[in-house]
Design a protein around this ligand. Structure first.
Ligand code: HEM
Length: 468
């Protein structure tokens, strides 16, 4: 055992599961995950998990400590998780299959990658402690008061311009205000989905249902299901629903062969229709984004109709029913049918800004699968991008332009993301420094090897010839 190893001899009586045993048991169908060097068995409970089944399925058979810490309130790790503990996890260096590294063997590329990834993870954990000290996980309700005044202004303007308007310009301005209202309120619903408003699951869920279902006609449950998965397997072409947009877009050429989407549970084929649309995707991007909200209606209804276990189904169906009463009633106040149709399109299409903002942070980033040894923090930084924006424009992006820090700490209230970002950058810089150091090291090795080769071959370089 190397002296610097952190391995501690487990107590004789405790159950121990090694990495190979874990793999074998998971392959046999057991739902086991590793958190803080302990193994948890979730076979029976998975269908009751408030974060959905798929979130857990993406963590089966691997260490998901950082994911679990990032996505749960403290009580889950402090109390709830204990009920599912079945054994200690045997770190791989003590597993007979993974013999200790003896002597000065050169580390393989995989080992270097794993070590770098672990370094980022360690920096990430320190950062979390620091941000807690800075109280950046606490909600400042004054921010929400400001936001409320904005929502209320937009909604009131939409109503007044619709009911008391006298010309097309008034009606279209009303539609635009409604689109802006939906756009802005989505950020609030996003907080509710992450339980980052009151940090109480029931209350935040209630807020989410009111905002998304009653006011917007969309299912918060549907959104939460897909968004949680997105946070765990960000930018994975096969697993992340947020980058699966066939037949319209292909974010990576990897999907040209078609693939089975684990989220949608269906084959996504790259057929002729997809070939046609994808070849024009650079033109179609904005028009498709403008139609996005109509698609969300369909997804919401499908979710409520087909999700096997969902505790808030009745409340959400009630919410959607109210929406489908108030919105049609509202637009029927317009003087002509042409105006009604124009209103529907303008109010829906101008929410495209939200879809653009969401996709902007991920579409241009890596979609590689780098395996289980990549840490959560390393993966989030590789797949997520911030959007630069001045302070005065924060309201427009809702604070979510700091997407990398949001992905590292999904439960952090949005209004704290700007303050947290400089701390987050430290991880990025230290990761980049590591990469730069590695590159420098490889250059030195290459130089050394080249020199050895030249000396061995007794090659005379042109520059040296002149000196002969
Ligand atoms: C023994 C294991 C686990 C237990 C006991 C557990 C328990 C819970 C509980 C009680 C909640 C509701 C939290 C609240 O009150 O806000 C929750 C939410 C959640 N869990 Fe787990 N969970 C476990 C494993 C996992 C795993 C492996 C993942 C995947 C990374 C996961 C992802 C989530 C997500 C995404 C949410 C929703 C978070 C939110 O609302 O912001 N959970 N879990």
């Amino acid at each position: 055992m190397p002296p610097e190893s952190t391995y501690v001899e487990p107590q004789a009586k405790k159950n121990i599961i090694s990495r190979s045993q874990l793999e074998a048991r998971c392959k046999a169908g057991e739902i086991l995950i590793v958190v803080n060097q302990k193994v948890y068995k979730l076979d029976k409970w998975i269908k009751h998990h408030p974060g959905g089944q798929l979130a857990i399925r993406h963590c089966i058979g691997r260490d998901c400590t950082d994911e679990v810490k990032a996505l749960h309130p403290d009580y889950v790790l402090e109390k709830k998780i204990k009920y599912f503990e079945i054994a200690d996890y045997l770190p791989k260096e003590s597993d007979p299959e993974f013999a200790p590294i003896i002597g000065s063997r050169t580390r393989s590329k995989d080992e270097i990658f794993e070590a770098q990834s672990a370094q980022i993870s360690a920096a990430y954990r320190q950062l979390e402690t620091r941000l807690r000290k800075e109280q950046l996980f606490e909600t400042n309700y004054i921010n929400y008061a400001w936001e409320f005044s904005r929502y209320l202004t937009l909604f009131t303007m939409a109503i007044v311009l619709n009911l008391y308007g006298t010309c097309t310009m008034h009606y279209m301005a009303s539609a635009l205000c409604l689109a802006m209202f939906w756009h802005q309120v989505s950020f609030f619903a996003h907080d509710a989905g992450h339980n980052s408003i009151t940090h109480n699951l029931q209350i935040d869920n209630g807020i989410g249902i009111f905002l998304a279902d009653f006011l917007g006609g969309l299912s918060i449950g549907w959104w939460k299901k897909s968004h949680y998965v997105h946070h765990i397997v960000t930018n994975h072409p096969i697993h992340d629903p947020d980058i699966q947009h066939l037949p319209f877009f292909a974010v990576t050429t990897r999907i040209f062969q078609g693939f089975f989407s684990t989220y949608h549970q269906k084959e996504m084929v790259f057929d002729r229709v997809a070939q046609f649309f994808v070849s024009y995707q650079h033109y179609l991007y904005y028009p498709v984004m403008m139609m996005g909200r109509f698609n969300l209606y369909v997804q919401s209804m499908m979710f409520l109709a087909t999700e096997p276990v969902y505790p808030y189904r009745k409340q959400e169906i009630f919410g959607l029913t109210i929406y489908w009463i108030w919105y049609p009633y509202f637009i029927m106040q317009l003087p002509t049918w042409n105006m009604v149709i124009a209103y529907v399109f303008v109010s829906h299409m101008f929410t495209f800004m939200l879809h653009v903002q969401i996709t902007l942070s991920h579409f241009g980033m890596s979609t590689e699968e780098l395996g289980d040894t990549e840490s959560f923090a390393a993966k989030m930084l590789r797949t997520t991008m911030d959007v630069d924006c001045p302070l005065w424009l924060d309201w427009f992006h809702g604070g979510l332009q700091f997407q990398a820090i949001h992905h590292l700490f999904p439960r952090m209230p949005r209004h704290n993301l700007r303050s947290a970002q400089p701390f987050g950058n430290q991880i990025v810089y230290s990761a980049l420094k590591d990469v730069a150091d590695q590159v420098g090291f490889f250059v030195e090795v290459a130089k050394h090897e080249a020199k050895e080769y030249i000396d061995a071959q007794k090659i005379v370089l042109p520059a040296d010839k002149k000196n002969l």
